[in-house]
Design a protein around this ligand. Structure first.
Ligand SMILES: [Zn+2]
Length: 857
């Protein structure tokens, strides 16, 4: 029999769901890369606290914590820890001897050297050959033996630092740049074809004899291979978007001895993204739960490969606490609304340059940030070096507590691992001593002088040292915006037109910003990424643009190319502190996580400045005040007006349902507002321009304040991926479906906004059906581009509206010659913001169109 469950009740745990940021919306596998593994553990932890009993919580928490921490180190690095790796020579070595003989000889040699050479002698031998003599006995012995028997190692081909033999592989020990530890490893390292030097004073006869014997022969080749197959005998099923494609995982799993099954039946486990549970779970998740097959996060695969051993499935379980008879509260008893929203993200602990870090507990005593000579003694730092498995933050504050001495607060820890953070509060009797200690700690943490940074903004990143997150004097909107409890009161005491008051209420609420930042992984509670200086944002943008240039010169696929991407990822996730950094690999990831992430953070910073602090009383009508600051008139359209009817028709004909996790969403219009922004060209100006169309623009709710206050901005740079392929342009579409995909935020958050703008496409339009390799020419010529999609609105239904504005309305039909176009819908790229004028904001609700069918016995 079948049980029908409306999809909105189906574990409506949290919503997050579908990344509307995702620009890969034109492809079937659209969301595979949009969430990185481990993306929602932070949320998960929060929920464990609210849902589970203490005992259970401890158990679950511990397991997950462990799972997460293991997931970060690089695979190569971990491979070195694989003690079971064995040596397998090539069939023949350089002297034509069978490999097995060489291996046996090496084993004999190792025994001999252990007996005849001291550790100190081994260190001196390494030194004599310009190899690193440092490290423990465990490191020095295999390094020295490998060198003496097989020859000296060449330098790392990527960063030209010293390679090292760990016993199971060869790894680089150097730094690729001040941002990155080099992660180059190999099992077959090139050697320097020169005899190894042995210092004269080492007089051991056995060693001397061996050297004599060796001198007449070439060094044999050594190739290390791992013999362990962590997934041997396992049948693994994959579901939903993971951090890499299913095909890539299939290859990896097979390489490590496992098999991938398309069915749940007979599988040992189902691997999903943690986002899966928040999205409500696909039918496959339901099936696995029904048949008691463990549903685990992708970290299980990553960790098992790294540790060369299948890890316990329990520690990686992502759904057990939402199974009706499981450990948590049954899903049908959950209230998906307020509680879910409030427990969504951990409370922001630092919200700007004047924010006293919450954990110091000094704010409760009236503490405030100590300032002297125009300097606020409050610094936040970030460090991401994925080659070393490091992603940390650090907070350094001087806090003045009334009627007490100045306190120094220091905290340094790994993202999301608060219990292990190094934290202290010290009261100082002498102010000067406290200042000195602050300066000393700044230097210790960053390798730079505090004064130079604070006064001249000069800073030189040092390898494995922190970089300052340049906080601004203001309040992160995640803290300053309206909280859930204030929303009703704020609107009730607002003298604005009620529909406008409601609109402002949404734009000033903390939630939309928390959501956006959580989706992008920039929601660290410890660092105020929503309140950084413009200088910091510019620095991020410059690094992105520089990387785009570097990529043009970079080798396509090689260790050097990989290192360049890794280095940028480290730089990026240091500057733009993330709770889930990862190694960027391709343009789609660059577009989704870096370019879109930067735009999102930039816009949220604008919102922070406009919203300010609304945490106090809402009776004095802060919404009207913020509306005034917006500098944009917002007026609801009469539902009987022609404009309203025209927009409904345009929306309806060019809409296609969005599909998320097997559920399709329709759209309904709540309200339409006519808007007129003080920024950008006025309608009167655009009206005079030629070739005008009314077009849809996608926006996230979190970006709307910026659009309304500052006008629409071109994309940050050219990336050959949807959304960025035409370079620095404002991109619109004639399909509301396109804009709706941006606007969609989450399964249980049905509200969204679509923008309509009048766009002058100029006298000339370039039509393109493929992505250009470079957008420089397009950007310079400023000729509008029409990117041809696989679908277009039926031209016979287009019509002209007021002031000769074309409305390309019409049912979506297939374009001619459309099969291999990268775009699903037509996109219009305009390079001059003066040609674009926002006219309407359409407030919509997304509604489910079908039901999830679950089989039960
Ligand atoms: Zn290297």
């Amino acid at each position: 029999m079948f049980l029908f469950i409306p999809a909105d009740n189906f574990f409506l745990l949290l919503s997050v769901a579908w990344s509307s940021v995702c620009r890969r919306r034109h492809e079937g596998e659209c969301h595979l890369t949009c969430f990185v593994s481990g993306s929602h553990e932070l949320v998960h932890e929060t929920r464990s606290h609210t849902r589970s009993s203490g005992e259970e919580e401890g158990k679950i928490g511990k397991g997950k914590q462990k799972a997460e921490n293991g997931g970060r180190d690089s695979e190569q690095q971990q491979a070195s820890k694989n003690k079971k790796a064995k040596v397998e020579g090539e069939n023949r070595d350089g002297n034509g001897e069978p490999a097995s003989d060489v291996a046996a000889e090496f084993e004999e040699f190792c025994k001999t050297t252990r007996l005849h050479l001291s550790i100190n002698e081994m260190r001196r031998i390494l030194e004599a050959n310009e190899q690193d003599p440092s490290g423990s006995e465990d490191a020095v012995v295999p390094r020295c033996q490998d060198m003496m028997f097989y020859g000296r190692l060449e330098q790392c081909p990527v960063c030209h630092n010293q390679m090292d033999c760990s016993g199971s592989n060869y790894q680089c020990r150097g730094a690729y740049s001040e941002w990155s530890t080099c992660i180059y490893t190999t099992t077959d390292a090139p050697r320097i074809d020169r005899p190894v030097k042995i210092p004269e004073w080492i007089g051991d006869e056995t060693v001397k004899e061996w050297i004599k014997k060796k001198a007449s022969r070439r060094y044999p080749r050594r190739k290390l291979t791992s013999s362990n197959k962590p997934f041997a005998g396992l049948m693994i099923s994959l579901s939903g978007r993971l951090s890499r494609t299913h095909q890539a995982w299939r290859e990896k799993i097979e390489k490590h001895g496992g098999k991938v099954s398309n069915n749940i039946i007979g599988a040992n486990c189902l691997v999903v993204s943690p986002a899966e549970r928040e999205r409500g779970g696909s039918s496959r998740v339901g099936e696995a739960m029904e048949t008691n097959i463990p549903v685990v996060s992708e970290n299980w695969l990553i960790d098992s490969i790294q540790k060369q051993q299948a890890q316990p499935l329990d520690a990686y379980d992502v759904v057990s606490d939402i199974v009706p008879e499981g450990r948590g509260i049954p899903w049908e008893k959950m209230d998906p609304n307020e509680e879910a929203l409030e427990s969504l993200t951990a409370e922001l602990k630092l919200y700007g340059k004047r924010g006293v870090y919450k954990d110091s507990m000094l704010q409760e005593q009236g503490g405030f940030i100590f300032g002297k000579d125009g300097i606020l003694y409050n610094c936040a730092f970030s460090l991401c070096d994925q080659g070393r498995g490091i992603n940390e933050y650090c907070i350094l504050q001087l806090i003045q507590v009334p009627e007490k001495n100045v306190h120094l607060y220091y905290k340094k820890g790994r993202v999301g691992d608060d219990p292990k953070a190094d934290e202290r509060v010290e009261e100082w009797n002498n102010e000067d001593d406290a200042l000195k200690e602050f300066v000393r700690l700044f230097k210790e943490v960053t390798g730079n002088e505090f004064e130079t940074w604070e006064r001249e903004n000069k800073f030189q990143k040092m390898h494995l040292k922190f970089y300052p997150i340049d906080m601004d004097d203001g309040i992160d909107v995640r803290h300053g915006g309206l909280s859930v409890r204030q929303l009703g009161v704020a609107a009730a005491h607002c003298k604005l037109e009620p529909l406008v008051a409601n609109f402002m209420k949404v734009l000033c609420s903390q939630e939309i910003y928390r959501y956006a930042m959580m989706e992008m992984g920039y929601d660290s509670p410890d660092l105020p990424m929503g309140m950084v200086t413009d200088r910091h944002l510019r620095r991020c943008e410059e690094e992105l643009l520089k990387f785009r240039e570097d990529l043009k010169k970079a080798p396509d696929s090689s260790d050097e190319g990989d290192a360049l991407w890794l280095d940028f990822a480290n730089k990026w996730f240091t500057l733009m502190h993330s709770v889930r950094p990862f190694i960027l690999k391709n343009f789609h990831e660059l577009a989704d996580h870096v370019a879109a992430g930067l735009e999102c953070i930039r816009d949220i910073n604008v919102a922070s400045r406009l919203v300010g602090d609304m945490t106090g009383a809402t009776i004095d009508d802060p919404l009207s005040d913020r509306y005034g600051r917006l500098g944009c008139s917002v007026a609801p359209l009469d539902k009987e007006s022609d404009d309203h009817k025209m927009i409904l028709k345009y929306l309806d004909t060019t809409y296609e349902p969005i599909e998320v996790g097997g559920v399709t969403y329709g759209i309904s219009v709540e309200n339409i507002f006519a808007v007129e922004s003080g920024a950008g060209p006025s309608y009167e100006e655009v009206k005079k321009l030629p070739n005008k169309s009314l077009l849809w623009c996608g926006t996230r709710s979190s970006n709307l304040i910026r659009h309304l206050q500052k006008g629409l901005l071109p994309s940050v740079c050219h990336i050959p991926a949807p959304g960025y392929m035409f370079g620095k342009a404002i991109v619109c579409s004639d399909a509301s479906a396109e804009a709706a995909r941006y606007g969609f935020t989450a399964v249980d958050r049905p509200d969204g906004f679509l923008l309509l703008a009048v766009v002058s496409l100029g006298e000339q339009i370039t039509e393109m059906s493929t992505a250009p390799d470079d957008a420089k020419e397009l950007e310079e010529e400023k000729v509008s581009v029409k990117g041809l999609g696989r679908k277009k609105p039926d031209e016979s239904q287009h019509f002209k509206w007021a002031d000769d504005v074309k409305v390309p309305c019409g049912r979506l039909v297939a374009s001619e010659h459309n099969s291999d176009r990268p775009l699903e819908y037509n996109e219009y790229a305009v390079y001059d913001p003066k040609q674009v004028c926002m006219r309407f904001v359409v407030a919509v609700k997304y509604e489910e169109q079908n039901e999830v069918v679950m089989a039960v016995e």
